[in-house]
Design a protein around this ligand. Structure first.
Ligand code: FE2
Length: 294
């Protein structure tokens, strides 16, 4: 018999509860293991989402842009292999949309509306992101998924602005956060409603039951490269759009292939993502993301 289970009374999540919101912990874990992802509607309140978007706008306003942009594109990783990108693992760094510049290399909008994302240590360096990343519901969720010992290693605020928010090609998160054994788990928080119009995530239920295709790593002489383990294409015949409401958390297995389309709508699709790993797994020095030693 199913036992309804609610968050603690002092929990700050929204009122919109889906069926999954009330799953007991065994069902939640079983579903995650079966599908490779888990959609938790009402995980964060509208206020919590608004606070993060306001903080991102503040950080963008404070960003001292020197005219040398780092552009983020997963489709051309060599363009994101510059020093600014490789140093961003322990910083709050700003990455522009490719389409934010005119033919002369000048921004066509203000900095905030030209950004693709901010990353990759927001969760440790900024108090607002730290609070969101280590909320009571996050602690409860990681306990439910039997990963209380995991560590948050990387975070990104993704803007996906109206009309210029770019594509994110199909990938597995373990390609970018590789450990031996594999242990990457992603948390994707919808800060605004995400639909097929404004570039929601797409994934295949059960799609994580496959091999890791590649490893994005630092090259010995500088820059980055992909080491290919398996060059077979992803099977995307049964892929579905994960259209979710503001406040939803989607948990993603590191092996689950997923992608998002460009935002061609007039509404932004802001999201915040966190990635965790098992600290007892080996974290190779070749991984692109390295945290400075303190
Ligand atoms: Fe991803």
């Amino acid at each position: 018999k199913r036992i309804a289970r609610r968050w603690p009374a002092n929990h700050a999540c929204g009122k919109r509860g889906s069926y999954e919101y009330y799953l007991n912990m065994g069902e939640r874990l079983d579903k995650f293991r079966r599908d490779g992802f888990l959609v938790l509607e009402g995980f964060n309140s509208d206020d919590q989402c608004d606070e993060l978007m306001a903080r991102a706008a503040e950080l963008a306003a404070e960003f001292d842009y020197d005219g040398h942009p780092s552009v983020f594109q997963t489709s051309e990783q060599d363009r994101t292999s510059d020093e600014y990108f490789l140093d961003s693992g322990g910083r709050i760094s700003f990455f522009f949309e490719q389409d934010a510049f005119d033919a002369n290399g000048k921004l066509t909008s203000d900095i905030h509306h030209s950004l693709n994302k901010i990353g990759h240590a927001l969760h440790d360096l900024d108090p607002v992101y730290n609070r969101f990343s280590r909320s009571p519901q996050m602690q409860q969720l990681t306990a439910d998924l039997e990963m209380s010992g995991s560590v948050l290693i990387q975070s990104m605020h993704i803007f996906k602005h109206a009309e210029i928010g770019g594509v994110v090609d199909v990938h597995q998160d373990s390609t970018f956060l590789f450990t031996r054994p594999l242990s990457c788990v992603g948390f994707w928080f919808a800060l605004e409603d995400a639909t097929t119009e404004n570039g929601c995530l797409w994934a295949t239920p059960g799609g994580h039951k496959t091999t890791l295709r590649s490893w994005f790593k630092r090259k010995p002489g500088g820059g980055t490269e992909f080491e290919v383990f398996d060059d077979s294409p992803f099977d995307l015949d049964a892929v579905i759009p994960l259209e979710v409401k503001k406040g939803t958390c989607i948990v993603l297995d590191g092996l689950l292939p997923h992608y998002s389309m460009p935002n061609t709508s007039h509404r932004s699709r802001q999201a915040y993502t966190l990635h965790s790993i098992d600290p007892t797994a080996e974290y190779p020095l070749e991984n692109w993301l390295q945290r400075p030693l303190t």
